[in-house]
Design a protein around this ligand. Structure first.
Ligand SMILES: NC(=O)c1ccc[n+]([C@@H]2O[C@H](COP(=O)([O-])OP(=O)(O)OC[C@H]3O[C@@H](n4cnc5c(N)ncnc54)[C@H](OP(=O)(O)O)[C@@H]3O)[C@@H](O)[C@H]2O)c1
Length: 201
């Protein structure tokens, strides 16, 4: 499988993306939410979910690959994401090597050209609405740069916690202050799967 910025966002006239927000939702009073992590002073409502597998130290990758292969874990990722659009960084896409079947693949890159996927160039202004399908919201599937940029817009994280302490060079951002376990989905000897929801403030 593949599978927490740190400021409170204030909508203000200086926000370069305010116009996009206004176009998207002119009448709705959207909640102002604290960003869990990420970069920039942009904000849109939380409307995507993240899915990740990490060690207890939040290692997610090593030399552009996932350091473990655990029986049943890839299947879980497939089950959850199948039919949903999936959003990933260019490096994660390259580590997978091809579009994930049965899912619309959205790949974030500043300049790369990749056939067979939808390219997202402007991540801060990313609007998931055109890509969503009925009942099928977008999953952010990594890697670290993309999690960091978008975790503030995630209302939930499907997190697989790998019990063995694998070394690595890529980490999921700190998310614990902003998220709490809402459900224990599965427990196995090698990993546990939790659904984390944003803490209420
Ligand atoms: N355990 C898990 O659940 C899991 C899940 C996914 C990935 N991973 C691991 O995570 C590692 C990859 O993560 P990573 O952080 O190195 O890379 P990444 O997040 O997958 O991709 C980074 C790339 O995304 C593009 N990008 C980032 N921010 C952007 C922005 N604001 N606008 C436009 N493009 C932007 C850039 O592509 P360009 O350079 O092309 O411009 C950048 O080089 C691998 O080891 C992978 O195996 C683990």
């Amino acid at each position: 499988m593949l599978p927490g910025q740190l400021s409170v966002f204030l909508r203000c006239s200086l926000d370069p993306y305010n116009q996009i927000w206004a176009l998207r939702s002119p009448l709705e009073k959207q909640p102002v939410v604290p960003l869990a992590t990420g970069t920039g002073n942009w904000q849109l409502p939380p409307d995507v979910k993240a899915i990740v597998a990490m060690t207890r130290k939040r290692v997610i990758g090593d030399r552009n690959r996932i350091p473990w292969r655990l029986q049943g874990e890839q299947r879980w990722f497939k089950e959850v994401t199948m039919g949903h659009p999936v959003l990933m960084g260019r490096k994660t896409y390259e580590s997978i090597g091809k579009p994930l079947p049965g899912r619309r693949n959205l790949v974030v890159t500043r300049s790369g050209e990749i056939a067979g996927v939808d390219l997202i160039r402007d991540l801060p202004a990313f609007d998931p609405a055109p890509f969503e399908l009925p009942g099928k919201e977008i999953f952010v599937i990594g890697g670290a740069e993309i999690y960091l940029a978008l975790l503030g817009r995630c209302d939930a994280i499907y997190g697989t916690i790998v019990k063995e302490d694998y070394p690595g060079d890529t980490y999921f951002p700190e998310f614990e202050p902003q998220f709490e376990i809402s459900e224990t989905i599965r427990q196995t000897p090698e990993f546990d799967i939790y659904c984390y929801k944003r803490r209420k403030r």
